[in-house]
Design a protein around this ligand. Structure first.
Ligand SMILES: [Mn+2]
Length: 194
């Protein structure tokens, strides 16, 4: 499994409110993308607080992790967030998303995961995770609302999937709206040998 991401602050801003992280727990790999509300320093601090929880929490189920983040970052302005929990042996993944972070699996077919409305950090109800099967070389993409909701991958882009960071940067180049911080994370899915 190869994970790569890219973020870009809104023009004129030093701080970026979009941030991502990956945590390899062996049996599961957690990938999170967060979007601090608004932009600027307070958005960046909210995002940082959310990812600090992802880095340490004992919860592994994405929806439980989002609940933990929600309860922990109440003094920040809050975030939109998506977390994917990827099982490299069972070739499954679970995704939960709150707010405007979009997630899609590009494989044999394309599957979109809907986000639940809400602000993580302001009090959310338990998100309902979506569980998906995946195959080797499928691509999971997460993106914030600073990136066009209609993000799509053409054939040239799919050739970049073995370099997820380069692909994420390319997607920002092509699909960032320019009106907000922007962030994209790409995960090339590959299972552990049986
Ligand atoms: Mn945003």
């Amino acid at each position: 499994m190869i994970v790569g991401g890219a973020t870009r602050a809104l023009r004129g801003e030093t701080w970026c409110g979009d941030a991502w992280a990956c945590r390899d727990l062996g049996a599961d790999v957690l990938v999170g993308l967060v979007d601090g509300l608004g932009h600027g320093r307070d958005a960046a601090l909210a995002a940082e607080a959310a990812l600090a929880v992802l880095a340490q929490a004992v919860e592994r189920a994405p929806e439980r992790l989002l609940m933990r983040i929600d309860g922990t970052i109440r003094t920040t302005r809050g975030v939109a967030a998506a977390v994917a929990g990827i099982d490299p042996v069972g070739r499954q993944l679970a995704v939960a998303s709150v707010g405007n972070v979009r997630v899609a699996l590009f494989g044999e077919r394309r599957v979109h995961v809907d986000a639940m409305p809400g602000i993580v950090g302001a009090g959310i109800r338990l998100p309902r995770p979506i569980v998906l099967d995946w195959a080797d070389r499928d691509l999971l993409v997460l993106w914030t609302d600073g990136v066009d909701a209609r993000l799509d991958l053409d054939r040239a882009m799919l050739r970049l999937k073995h370099e997820p960071e380069a692909l994420a940067r390319r997607l920002l180049d092509d699909f960032a709206t320019g009106t907000d911080d922007a962030g994209v994370v790409c995960v090339l899915l590959e299972g552990a040998p049986p």
